[in-house]
Ligand binder design. Structure first.
Ligand code: NDP
Length: 270
């Protein structure tokens, strides 16, 4: 049986073992997949032990995505541009780093939710690790432009600058967002984790498709979007399942079907 795992800290909340066990059953692959709480000061040691024990691949979540990037011997283009790795394949002791977060988001938006991104104006809130992972896959869909707004304005400016070779991205502080509708708003801040909605003008949501990367409960961003005229409001559960499917494909060269799993997880969440 091929061994896979997810490293994080904290990790108790992770749905990844459930998702990957479902994919393995569906595709007939014989794998094990466990969650492991790695200590903040010894992620590298845990990775080494896992590789020595014959592990074939692993996912990485908060706060180890940049360390996983640094430890990888080779990187895919998505990992390189993101500067972060959430999926590692182990071959002959070498680590191949990939980033499936943005691929998962775009699959959920375009395939599951039927949203066309081409020529749309997208407002992305936040400039942390998740935003780094989603910008390239979003830009590959050729939106008209991405307005990237962050509480710490300098981070939005730096990120917009480094991604501008892939498409039109403009960086702002949250306080500079105009009170004018956009087509799509993606909340990639961690504010929802603290039960907070960033302070931005309400008019921006009018008629917009609003997506919160956070999942599992109706977030303050989702409440705000619903009460300010959004046409659709969605959480990040679909992104979670799709990024996992993309990791599974990276490891096993077979893309699992996600629709049944997504509906059953949504039923549990509702
Ligand atoms: P980071 O810690 O790297 O970045 C956090 C971002 O949120 C920063 O831009 C920060 O701004 C901003 N922020 C935090 N609190 C506030 C606030 N009160 N008001 C305004 N902005 C705030 O987190 P990640 O990028 O890794 O994760 C972001 C979110 O995405 C999390 O909720 C995470 O759970 C979710 N996620 C979901 C995934 C999925 O599969 N559905 C996958 C990956 C992430 P500043 O720079 O000023 O500090």
């Amino acid at each position: 049986m091929d061994k896979y795992t997810i490293f994080g800290n904290p990790i108790h909340h992770s749905l990844s073992p459930k998702i990957h066990k479902h994919f393995a059953k569906q595709t007939g692959h014989l794998i094990s997949y466990e969650k492991v709480l790695a200590p903040l000061d010894d992620f590298e040691g845990y990775v080494k032990d896992f590789v020595i024990s014959g592990g074939r691949g692993f996912n990485v979540t908060v706060p180890f995505k940049v360390e996983a990037y640094d430890l990888s011997n080779e990187l895919t283009s998505h990992a390189k541009t993101a500067g972060a790795v959430n999926t590692v394949k182990v071959e002959d002791g070498r680590l191949f780093g990939h980033n499936t977060d943005g691929i998962g988001l775009v699959a959920d938006l375009c395939e599951n939710l039927g949203l066309a991104i081409k020529d749309k104006d997208i407002l992305v809130l936040g400039a942390g690790g998740a935003t780094k992972g989603i910008l390239l896959p979003l830009l590959e869909q050729k939106p008209a432009r991405i307005l990237l707004a962050n509480r710490t304005k300098s981070k939005a400016l730096d990120l917009a600058n480094s991604f501008s070779k892939f498409g039109k991205v403009c960086g702002f502080g949250l306080e500079q967002i105009k009170d004018k509708p956009v087509d799509i708003i993606i909340n990639a801040t961690s504010a929802s984790l603290d039960g907070v909605m960033p302070d931005i003008p309400s008019g921006v949501a009018n008629g917009a498709f609003c997506y919160d990367l956070m999942y599992g409960k109706k977030t303050p961003f989702m409440e705000w979007a619903s009460s300010n005229g959004a046409i659709r409001v969605v959480d990040g559960l679909g992104m979670l399942v799709e990024q996992a499917a993309s990791s599974f494909e990276f490891w096993r060269c077979e893309k699992p079907d996600t629709i049944d799993l997504l509906s059953s997880l949504k039923e549990i969440a509702d």
